[in-house]
Ligand binder design. Structure first.
Ligand code: NAD
Ligand code: USQ
Length: 382
């Protein structure tokens, strides 16, 4: 298939582009490299050294003989987005290209607005360009499990059958997101659903859980293909942060009580889920939602797992319950459905001690790159 991977220089996008290329798809990465600029703004870095995008792609070609196209473009530039659809005529447009950090969106008013502008405007441009230039293209859009929040009922995959005062309907599942970033994903979902309804666009909204891990079969081929690995309190995510904290002998930073429960998945499953979505496109006019996670854990459970695996490698780390910089629920009900991707053939890589041990080993090898001052959170919700 002809597939565009927008956001293909990022943590999920880079291994996805490699995986799809390896599988024989014709892949073009679109990225404006803003994530690398944000590193400079925050004074942060990837724990793994990552090459400039052009060099990564050249290394991939040298190692495998496979070519990946690159376009350094911003999705908020409509002329650029139109040209991409007109010239490439992709069968699938995989859209990772958004600002994805909840704390980043909560820094101040300017960051909240920029987060909305970048994410909502970029997605609107993609929708208009599909309508005008590639109406059959399947939009595969990264949403987030955080759109739903933590309701006191089971979370369905996008839609819920409701009976109200004797009448029934199938309606979008209620959304109660926990940050301005998560809200941008809700706005995107509404805009995509509307475009499917009025223009007959085909779209799959992948409500992805928190992604952990680092390597895929493709990134393991050569150090020049290394994936980025965020550990700072703004872009680093829970399990990855705990592993890096263990590697540098830092207390594990559980926020508040630690009973907050979320859906998680291995990066190796992210890349496969994208391929599954591309190979099984939504129908024209269909707005389809898949909940993309494989297991649910509380933050306390993750910290305990990391503490144990670290101990196996001779490292003693404490679990610290620090003041929660966020406003979120504890001891809440959490049970989300995730059968759509499994039914289409996803075989999950579950969270085992071996998986954790591999990531911890890589983290220890790169420990000297970690800037300790970036580990504790400074952005608060209040
Ligand atoms: P990332 O920040 O590592 O990568 C995002 C990439 O998109 C970056 O390379 C960035 O430069 C690019 N980008 C951002 N805005 C752009 C624009 N306007 N035009 C062109 N390129 C732009 O993030 P990630 O972790 O790879 O996440 C990818 C997507 O998956 C995001 O949409 C995120 O919301 C979603 N997601 C991520 C996770 C996770 O745990 N990492 C979980 C659920 C959902
Ligand atoms: N947490 C800690 N300690 C830490 C970091 C996080 O206890 O050091 C807790 C948070 O309070 C939260 C949970 O871990 O309860 C998850 O936080 P996170 O930072 O790992 O993930 P989150 O902010 O939800 O965002 C990440 C990605 C985002 C994606 C989302 C999926 O950055 O792009 O949309 O995961 S989901 O959580 O399903 O919405």
């Amino acid at each position: 298939m002809k597939i565009v991977v927008a956001g293909g220089d990022g943590f999920c996008g880079w291994p996805t582009a490699l995986y799809l290329s390896q599988k024989g798809h014709e892949v073009t990465i679109v990225d404006n490299l803003v994530r690398r600029e944000i590193d400079e703004e925050l004074g942060s870095n990837s724990m793994t050294p990552i090459l400039p995008l052009e060099e990564r792609v050249a290394a991939w070609k040298e190692i495998t003989g496979l070519e990946i196209g690159v376009r350094i473009e911003d999705l908020t530039d409509y002329e650029a987005v139109s040209a991409i659809f007109q010239e490439l005529q992709p069968e699938a447009f995989v859209h990772f290209a958004e600002h994805r950090s909840a704390p980043y969106s909560m820094i101040d008013r300017e960051h909240a607005i920029e987060n909305h502008r970048n994410n909502v405007e970029g997605t609107l441009n993609v929708l208009w360009a599909i309508k005008d230039f590639a109406p059959d293209c399947h939009l595969v859009k990264l949403g987030t499990m955080g759109e739903y929040g933590q309701p006191n009922i089971d979370i369905e995959e996008g839609w819920i059958e409701i009976e109200h005062k004797g009448r029934k309907d199938r309606l979008p599942f209620p959304k109660q997101p926990g940050s301005f970033y998560h809200l941008t994903k809700v706005h995107d979902s509404d805009n995509i659903m509307f475009a499917c309804r009025i223009w007959g666009i085909r779209a799959t909204d992948l409500n992805q859980g928190v992604v952990y891990g680092l390597e895929t079969e493709e990134t393991r081929k050569d150090a020049r293909l290394a994936n980025r690995f965020d550990y700072d309190a703004v872009f680093g995510t829970a399990l990855n942060r705990f592993l890096i904290q263990a590697a540098i002998g830092h207390d594990l930073t559980v926020y508040g009580g630690g009973s907050q429960t979320r859906g998680y998945l291995n990066i190796q499953d992210t890349v496969r889920c994208i391929e599954i979505a591309c190979q099984n496109p939504a129908d024209r006019g269909e707005f389809r939602v898949f909940n993309q996670f494989t297991e649910q854990f509380s933050v306390n459970e993750l910290a305990e797992k990391v503490q144990k695996v670290a101990k196996d490698q001779g490292i003693d780390v404490e679990i610290a319950h620090i003041d929660n910089p966020r406003v979120e629920k504890y001891d809440h009900y959490y049970n989300a459905v995730n059968t759509n991707l499994l039914d289409l053939g996803l075989q999950p890589h579950l969270l085992t001690d071996e998986v954790l041990a591999e990531i911890l080993t890589v983290s220890r090898a790169n420990a000297e790159r970690v800037r300790r001052e970036l580990v504790l959170p400074t952005v608060t919700w209040k």
